[in-house]
Write a protein that binds this ligand. Structure first.
Ligand SMILES: *[C@@H]1O[C@H](CO)[C@@H](O)[C@H](O)[C@H]1NC(C)=O
Ligand SMILES: *[C@@H]1O[C@H](CO)[C@@H](O)[C@H](O)[C@H]1NC(C)=O
Ligand SMILES: *[C@@H]1O[C@H](CO)[C@@H](O)[C@H](O)[C@H]1NC(C)=O
Length: 450
């Protein structure tokens, strides 16, 4: 058939349009960077409060999608958005800038959605794009955060038959080291009351530089800084005094004051060391997460990710932080103690973190009430390699794994994308250094042949 010039032109124009739209949206947002699914899930039938989520399906799943694990990412520091986790740390595309001005998206080879479905959740309500109807509704404790999160997670799972039976994991960073145990604990309690088909198929929680048992953790800063050569004996004594203040306030039940006292410990440590940030003592400048704010200020970008265009995005919402101030020093260790008897628990710490680092975690882990704790503490701490190169150390016994990630501070997936990807995948799939004793062969490096 011989086509007329007009049909050819129309066809060419159509083709051009198609080619163009598959390359990028008008904002330069590559279509392949668009989430698989995103939106709002109501958390309270009586109000408009809703949790915003952004889901990326696994890029190269190693199992049928209906069996591919789903990992929910929970950002730390009360009121800070998981969009930082997504576009700055572990999502498939990261916001970058070569000149500090113009911004673009760049594929992240270490993305955590290589073989896992990845869901970023803005929790609690009022955070990021999530909606808090009223100020009074802002959560003040982990139980109300977990209730909202449970509504969001079950709402998500029920939204697609493909999600129904997939193994569920939560990863929480920093203060998210409380959210993940809290939602895990809540799910276990709910599951006990529900028929199997209604239960959440919870398999594990991962805590990255987590704040879990603050009373124990706040006592480690002085010693950690001293033996790292960052403070002298006199400064160490001064920090110890400040730490003790926080401990005493906790014992008096003055939770908000205790949180403020902890903040003073960290502020003092920052002042005397002169560091740009305590999140990573090798950094000499501030993190450029502000680029994410800039990126998400565009109405077109908001539309592209399914967020409400009229929402003014902020990395952290101080009203949410204030509402949770009295929760900061409260422990969730008892929740981890229940979880480790039922599901897998991974603790991982970036080595350069001065806030919630390696020593901080060691300190509370050894106080765990768990029948296997002695054997865990006696377990060998193994050298962990990725593609033949030293990546850190892993100690594992029964359901508990504790990993130290070298070459990074608090934001592990940001600085060590490939190693963090190897870690989370191997832990979820029980392979490599995370294989159970029986399954593990001589080599603990599953990617040696890559
Ligand atoms: C740390 O330094 C800042 C800036 O000089 C000051 O405002 C703040 O009070 C100091 N904090 C402490 C705990 O000394
Ligand atoms: C977006 O947010 C505004 C202001 O909070 C609200 O009035 C509007 O209903 C929201 N739109 C949608 C589609 O949810
Ligand atoms: C570890 O978790 C499994 C479920 O994955 C559970 O059946 C088992 O009892 C737990 N093991 C220990 C030692 O707590």
């Amino acid at each position: 058939m011989k086509s007329s010039p007009t049909t050819t032109t129309v066809f060419l124009l159509l083709l051009l349009c198609l080619l163009h739209s598959s390359a990028s949206t008008p904002t330069g947002f590559p279509t392949e960077a668009l989430p698989t699914k995103s939106g709002y899930i109501p958390v309270n039938p009586k109000t408009n409060s809703a949790i915003f989520y952004l889901f990326y399906e696994a890029q190269n799943p190693t199992s049928p999608l209906a069996e591919t694990p789903l990992l929910f990412w929970l950002q730390g520091r009360p009121g800070c958005s998981a969009m930082t986790g997504n576009f700055f740390e572990l999502g498939p595309y990261r916001v970058v800038s070569s000149d500090g001005e113009s911004i673009s998206l760049e594929p992240n080879l270490g993305s955590w959605n290589r073989i896992l479905g990845l869901v970023f959740v803005d929790t609690p309500i009022g955070t990021g794009f999530s909606i808090a109807s009223t100020h009074e509704e802002l959560p003040r404790n982990q139980l109300s955060i977990a209730r909202h999160l449970y509504a969001a997670v079950t709402g998500f799972i029920e939204s697609d038959p493909l999600f129904r039976n997939r193994p569920i994991y939560f990863a929480g960073q920093s203060y998210g080291g409380k959210y993940a145990p809290a939602i895990g604990y809540y799910i276990l309690k709910q599951n006990q009351k529900l028929p199997v088909e209604k239960q959440v198929n919870l398999k594990g929680i991962a805590l990255g530089n987590g704040l879990v048992d603050p009373l124990t953790q706040v006592k480690t800063h002085a010693l950690n800084a001293y033996f790292s050569g960052l403070v002298n004996e006199r400064q160490k004594a001064e920090l110890e005094k400040l730490q003790q203040k926080s401990v005493e306030l906790v014992k008096m039940g003055k939770w908000s004051e205790a949180a403020d006292a902890r903040f003073k410990v960290l502020d003092t440590l920052q002042n005397v060391t002169g560091f740009a940030t305590l999140y990573d003592y090798t950094m000499r400048t501030h993190y450029q997460s502000i680029l994410v704010d800039k990126f998400l200020s565009s109405a077109e970008v908001k539309r592209a990710i399914g967020a409400n265009e009229s929402t003014v995005y902020k990395e952290c919402n101080n009203a949410v932080l204030a509402a949770l101030n009295a929760d900061v020093m409260k422990s969730v260790k008892y929740m981890v103690e229940l979880l480790v008897k039922n599901i897998k628990v991974l603790l991982y710490q970036g080595h350069y973190d001065l806030r919630d680092g390696v020593l901080s975690t060691e300190a509370w882990v050894k106080t765990m009430r768990w029948e296997e704790i002695e054997r865990f503490l006696m377990a060998e701490r193994k050298i962990w390699k990725v593609r033949g190169v030293l990546a850190g150390y892993v100690q594992k016994w029964a359901n508990l794994s504790n990993a130290v990630v070298l070459g990074t501070g608090h934001f592990v997936p940001k600085d060590q994308p490939l190693n963090s990807q190897a870690m989370i995948e191997d832990w979820i799939l029980d392979q490599g250094i995370f294989a159970s004793e029986l399954e593990r062969d001589v080599s603990s490096d599953s990617r040696a042949s890559f």
